[in-house]
Design a protein around this ligand. Structure first.
Ligand code: 3HC
Length: 687
């Protein structure tokens, strides 16, 4: 097998190039090749300096994650050895960085004596996002080169920094304009005779400069970074070791902490999720040769919260949007909200005022429905009512240009029925954005019975362009995400009647790692969503709340009372309503255990996920996990409901559901797939 690493001589400089597409991951063959390259440099008197460079799109984007958990990850030389060999090369080594130097890639660069980068390069240590820490000396070299505080930020957030910032903090030594290889070779020639060689591991000045309270200050200023996750804390401990020990001892601490994380459940879940997210982009049954349609202009119908948020995604990506409303006031209100959202982002430094002007300049607000005629994609974002949607699609059919994609942002309704209102069902698709649509990363792409393959391919490609994570769903009530909310909500509400409180149920969910529980979510979204609007018709607790104006946070009262700062507190009034219901239903309240809450509100979601799978409404179990992590904030360190169920053991899930089934009555029925898998000892997800 040919090595992904090749060497070539440029005068007295040895260039070690890596060609391991797509991201130059540091798999075993790359590691081996790098060591051989350094040996070649050490062994030749003619070579005075070395350049390490990546071919294709990028420098090394990190260790090869697909090797984790396989013998290849432990095949010699391992990355910690490789970086030491690079640093101990007798000739100066220059890292020539373009694309991304991430994780192990940045660790390789840190081991080089000099780092040169092009302005578009990004440098970072994203290991924390995989439940890990930089395990090849990164936690020890980074604070020595970039400073302790910056190292803390970079390791615990995992977010990369741009080359210019890296240059300003000393992580990059030289910015390159023009041909990277040529300039890196010139740089290597320039530094060839400088001795002693600057070694990151030997630098002490930035460690000494660090404030003694830097760690406590960082934890106090960033409490959310540490909530629930194991890895940020261990990243911090590893960086702390760099300030307490000589390099070699610090590396030993780093190794120990790395191994602890690697063997934990969170790292497994987060690594599983890395691949789950990428797999979601792949559409089953669609040939890879199918090309997307070109989307140069987008139309959005409805300038409400959803329509406005959806439009912002395209404007931010530089795609012009025509937004249509039926009344000037609604149109002005909608565009006003968009502008204010952009201005708020600008205040936080995300955009310049000029960029905000450019983005808003791409927006064409109008009352003229026919102005949608030249759009390549038109997204309907109006009320969730089938008749209204059918009417709109019928009108679109008459005016939209041939080949335009007609999408509905429905969150529950039947996309096939909507498509049937047109003579071009092949061009119709569901694009279910999550609120707030300019922020939430998830996009459910709903594949109708007649949706054309190239429409699906376009939707997936466009999602990537507007920085969304898209998941293909089939046509069923609520698709993947909202459908799984139904059993959760049903059981949560019944549990109130049986003796639990909203606060008890929500706490179980928050302790589990969800951003909020079912009742906090109802209050945020609006208790009145889907309400029949008749205050005299009271059939359940929600109806009773709506009838007394407790519509959620927007009214200052819902399942909780809210103060003027929207801080919730348990509500005696709600308790009264619940007790009233109990009395009417003749229910004697009983003590509800947290375990029962888990069984009835989380295990039932797994069961619904299994039904979605067995009906073919999701392509794969991991897609369901992507929906829940990106759409509802399921803690990524638990991988998503299906991965979590696998980790718990499907037998345990089935037993729990059997125990809770008598309380759930007719609302519950087992998924055949779940029972089968549990019986056979199988899993939903591979890893
Ligand atoms: N190992 C193995 N495969 C990787 C990989 C890695 N580090 N990084 C990306 N890939 C694969 C992806 O799975 C995907 O494969 P597919 O085409 O078969 O689905 C392909 O490369 C392209 O990836 P993306 O779709 O993500 O491409 P983008 O261009 O959108 O993004 C990227 C490129 C920014 C490099 C992004 O892939 C990324 O963030 N990668 C992960 C980087 C990372 O986490 N590095 C740290 C690894 S852990 C480590 O180094 C441990 C060390 O400290 C010991």
């Amino acid at each position: 097998m040919t090595s992904p690493i090749s060497t070539s001589r440029h005068g007295h400089v040895l260039v070690i190039s890596s060609a391991n597409p797509p991201v130059n991951a540091l798999g075993h063959a790359v590691r081996e090749g790098l060591v051989k390259g350094i040996e070649e440099a050490d062994g030749s008197d003619e070579i005075k300096a070395v350049v390490i460079i990546g071919e294709g799109a990028t420098f090394f984007a990190g260790a090869d994650i697909s090797e984790f958990g396989t013998p290849k990850a432990f095949a010699q030389p391992m990355l910690p050895q490789v970086v030491d060999i690079i640093e101990n090369c007798s000739k100066p080594v220059v890292a020539a960085i373009h694309g991304t130097a991430l994780g192990g890639g940045l660790e390789v660069a840190l081991a080089c004596h000099y780092r040169a980068a092009v302005a578009s390069a990004k440098l970072g240590v994203p290991e924390v996002k995989l439940g890990l820490l930089p395990g090849a000396g990164g936690t020890q070299r980074l604070p020595r080169v970039a400073g302790v505080e910056k190292a803390l930020q970079m390791t615990t957030s995992g977010n990369p920094i741009g080359a210019q910032e890296a240059f300003e903090i000393g992580l990059v030594d030289r910015m390159i304009e023009g041909d990277l290889l040529q300039h890196a070779v010139a740089y290597a020639t320039e530094v060839a005779d400088i001795r002693p060689l600057p070694k990151s591991s030997e630098r002490q000045n930035k460690i000494e400069e660090a404030s003694p309270s830097v760690f406590d200050d960082f934890v106090a200023a960033n409490p959310r970074v540490f909530k629930g996750f194991d890895a940020p804390r261990k990243n911090l401990e590893a960086v702390r070791a760099a300030t307490q020990h000589p390099y070699a001892d610090g590396v030993a601490v780093e190794r120990q902490l790395f191994m602890e994380l690697m063997s934990g459940t969170q790292a497994k879940a987060q690594q599983y999720f890395f691949f789950a997210e990428r797999k979601a982009a792949k559409i089953e049954g669609v040939d890879e040769s199918v090309r997307p349609r070109e989307i140069r202009k987008v139309g959005v119908i409805g300038a409400g919260t959803m329509g406005g948020g959806i439009s912002m995604n395209f404007l931010s990506a530089g795609i012009p949007v025509t937004i249509v409303e039926t009344a000037q006031e609604a149109l002005d209100r909608g565009t006003g909200v968009m502008l204010r959202n952009y201005e708020a982002s600008a205040k936080k430094g995300r955009f310049t005022a000029e960029q905000v002007g450019q983005m808003m300049g791409l927006l064409n607000p109008t009352l003229d429905f026919d102005a949608l005629a030249d759009c390549d994609l038109i997204i309907e974002a109006v009320f969730e009512q089938m008749e209204i949607k059918k009417d709109i699609f019928g009108r679109l059919d008459k005016i939209a240009k041939p080949g335009a994609i007609l999408a509905s942002n429905t969150s529950y309704l039947n996309v096939d029925e909507i498509a049937a209102a047109t003579n071009r069902p092949q061009d119709v698709v569901g694009l279910h954005f999550f609120s707030p649509a300019n922020v939430m990363k998830l996009l459910e792409v709903v594949r109708g019975a007649k949706t054309a393959d190239d429409v699906l391919v376009t939707a997936m490609a466009l999602a990537k362009k507007i920085k969304k994570v898209a998941v293909v769903a089939g046509v069923c009530y609520g698709f993947i995400g909202n459908r799984m909310l139904i059993p959760r909500q049903t059981e949560a509400t019944k549990l109130l009647l049986e003796g639990a409180t909203p606060a008890q149920i929500d706490k179980v969910h928050v302790d589990f790692g969800m951003p909020m529980g079912p009742f906090q979510m109802a209050d945020l979204a609006g208790v009145d969503i889907g309400w029949h609007r008749d205050p005299t018709r009271i059939e359940n607790i929600r109806d009773a709340l709506c009838a007394v104006d407790r519509w959620g946070q927007k009214k200052g009262a819902g399942f909780y009372d809210y103060d003027e700062k929207r801080r919730p507190s348990p509500s005696p009034k709600v308790q009264e309503i619940i007790e009233d219901f109990r009395a009417k239903a003749g229910v004697t309240p009983r003590a509800i255990s947290d375990e029962e809450i888990v069984q009835r509100t989380l295990y039932t979601m797994v069961n619904e996920g299994a039904k979605i799978l067995e009906e073919g409404m999701a392509q794969r179990a991991s897609d369901i996990d992507v929906v829940w992590v990106y759409g509802y904030g399921w803690p990524v360190y638990r991988g998503g409901p299906m991965h979590w169920a696998d980790a718990e053991g499907l037998g345990k899930i089935v037993d729990g559901l059997k125990a809770a089934a008598p309380h759930m009555g007719e609302d519950f029925s087992f998924s055949r797939l779940l029972l089968d898998k549990a019986e056979k000892g199988e899993k939903f997800t591979g890893r």
